[in-house]
Design a binder for this molecule. Structure first.
Ligand SMILES: C[S@@+](CC[C@H](N)C(=O)[O-])C[C@H]1O[C@@H](n2cnc3c(N)ncnc32)[C@H](O)[C@@H]1O
Length: 239
């Protein structure tokens, strides 16, 4: 998903109007697509990052030794009130156990007048980066559970939660990225790594079903090289 999340991070940082001189928190930093974009714009010393995964935290520490990286969840942020000018969560809210508490915590650690922003792929509306994958899955296994039901994956969810979390001037929108794949294998290979709900689905298949899914995906996608568009719902709101 890094192929999609890296260009998304550029647009998301633009949306949040991240500028030199600010101090910004990256919530659910994962392997660092957004962290890298924040470091480029602000410098390492102005970026804090947090994620519950020990391996992601270790990877960010190795990649950005001067970034303040912590292990933890959005729902309980280990920072004082008003520490940051902005708190951002890229592709994270749909994984939170309690999105409203997570967004309220992001608001708490952001200064009055500061910005909270989030984005989540449009898994429910058919324009997400995994749309072709889940379509192929459903063609072969109609009962399979996809990611459409994940929190925030539908238009309006993020904005509703921001309002419930007590944020002001909530602005909903969407961001679209375009990614080029040189070969079908480039596109398929990440699904075989067991990462996320899609990877977990593939890892549960025996070889014959895995081959059938790969062939169905290849039928649904354009001939390589091809470009795919993917959209994410976005929100920005003020403390
Ligand atoms: C799809 S990844 C996104 C990573 C990164 N923000 C990016 O755009 O590449 C989702 C991340 O959310 C993290 N996560 C899951 N639950 C979380 C929670 N409750 N609070 C903060 N992060 C969480 C996961 O560990 C994972 O790194």
């Amino acid at each position: 998903m890094g192929r999609f999340s890296e260009p998304l991070a550029v647009q998301f940082a633009e949306l949040a109007d991240v500028r030199a001189g600010q101090r910004v928190l990256d919530v659910g930093c994962g392997p660092g697509a957004l962290t890298a974009q924040l470091v480029e714009r602000l410098g390492s010393g102005a970026v804090s990052a947090i994620d519950p995964s020990a391996s992601f935290v270790a990877a960010i520490m190795a990649r950005f030794p001067d970034v303040d990286v912590q292990r933890g969840v959005a729902e309980r942020l280990p920072f004082a009130d008003g520490t940051f000018d902005a708190a951002l969560a890229q592709l994270v809210v749909h994984f939170m156990t309690d999105p409203v508490t997570g967004l309220a915590e992001m608001a708490r650690v952001t200064r009055p007048g500061g910005l909270v922003a989030a984005c989540v792929w449009d898994h429910a509306g058919g324009t997400g980066p995994l749309t072709a994958f889940w379509q192929a899955v459903h063609d072969l296994d109609p009962g399979a559970r996809d990611e459409a039901g994940l929190a925030g994956a539908r238009q309006g969810h993020l904005a509703d939660w921001c309002a419930t979390a007590g944020l002001q001037h909530v602005e909903a929108g969407s961001l679209t990225v375009e990614v080029r794949f040189a070969t079908f294998t480039d596109w398929w290979e990440p699904f075989t790594l067991g990462v996320g709900p899609a990877g977990a689905y593939v890892s549960r298949l025996d070889q014959a079903h895995r081959d059938a899914l790969r062939i169905r995906c290849a039928q649904l996608l354009p001939l390589a090289p091809f470009h795919l568009f993917a959209s994410a719902w976005s929100v920005r709101a003020y403390v």
